[in-house]
Design a protein around this ligand. Structure first.
Ligand code: NAP
Length: 232
């Protein structure tokens, strides 16, 4: 399968690394490949510049968003939530049409300082905005409720814990669940919340996730939904 991972931050790098390690063809999308490779400073979160990662992953090509999306059968949105629509517009609606678009982004709004708030929130979500903006793409929101290392290595957190899936297209969610299984997620831990409007709930876990991160002092944790009636 050909994947385009849109985004060069820690999530994009971690997902691209994992998907490539599973034998898929992977490209990474960015606004301007030359500018991204020319950066020498750590990013806003203190991660080394992308060129360091690229040097260790010469098999993964860095392309402009549109070229990356044109190459791919499936896309994974790992851009900052505030820039996701801009990035996807650059990718081009025609390049997204008919394809599965996995959305990992959170609509974090840092304009009022820390901790960030969410925009949109409550009555809308980034997942829905993306689906409305690109009606021919099959948007599936998932993996946004945990840190990047846990996304691709669920065993990092001992025991059972949960990954949520939201989207309108049943076949797309099935394909995404298969990808999650290949990351190591047991089927019993993949919880289909329903249509894309359910992305609101998954995105609104961010405020408590950020508080847990502060309280625990690390990001190696996850949510676990415990059911009184496991088969129901
Ligand atoms: P990030 O710093 O949030 O995002 C970096 C990416 O966003 C870059 O590829 C950048 O493009 C792109 N971008 C930013 N503004 C843009 C704009 N206006 N137009 C086009 N592209 C724009 O990276 P991250 O920390 O890896 O997070 C990625 C996403 O995953 C975020 O939505 C975040 O909330 C979510 N998430 C993160 C974690 C985590 O563990 N960090 C966990 C769950 C969910 P260039 O490549 O051109 O610079």
């Amino acid at each position: 399968m050909r994947y385009a991972v849109l985004g060069t931050g820690v999530v994009g790098r971690t997902i691209a690394d994992k998907v490539a390690s599973l034998g898929h063809e992977v490209v990474v999308g960015t606004s301007d490949p030359q500018a991204t490779l020319a950066r020498t400073e750590p990013d806003g979160y203190g991660n080394p510049p992308f060129s360091d990662w690229q040097a260790q992953h010469a098999d993964v090509r860095l392309l402009a968003f549109a070229e990356a999306a044109a190459f791919a059968e499936t896309m994974i949105n790992c851009t900052a939530g505030s820039g996701s629509l801009e990035a996807l517009r650059a990718a081009g609606a025609a390049n997204l049409a008919g394809k599965v678009l996995i959305d990992i982004a959170n609509p974090l709004d840092f304009s009022q300082g820390m901790p960030p708030s969410l925009d949109p929130v409550n009555t809308d979500s980034l997942g829905e905005k993306i689906q409305r903006s690109f009606p021919d793409a099959k948007v599936v929101k998932t993996l946004n409720t945990m840190n990047a290392q846990v996304m691709v290595d669920p065993a990092r957190v001992p025991g059972e814990h949960t990954v949520f899936v939201s989207g309108d297209d049943a076949e797309a969610k099935k394909a995404v669940s298969e990808l999650l299984a290949s990351f190591g997620w047991p089927a019993a831990d993949i919880l289909d919340l329903g249509d894309i409007t359910t992305a609101r709930g998954a995105e609104m876990l961010m405020p408590i996730w950020l508080r847990l991160w502060g309280a625990l002092g690390h990001g190696d944790f996850n949510f676990h939904i415990v059911k009184a009636h496991p088969d129901a």
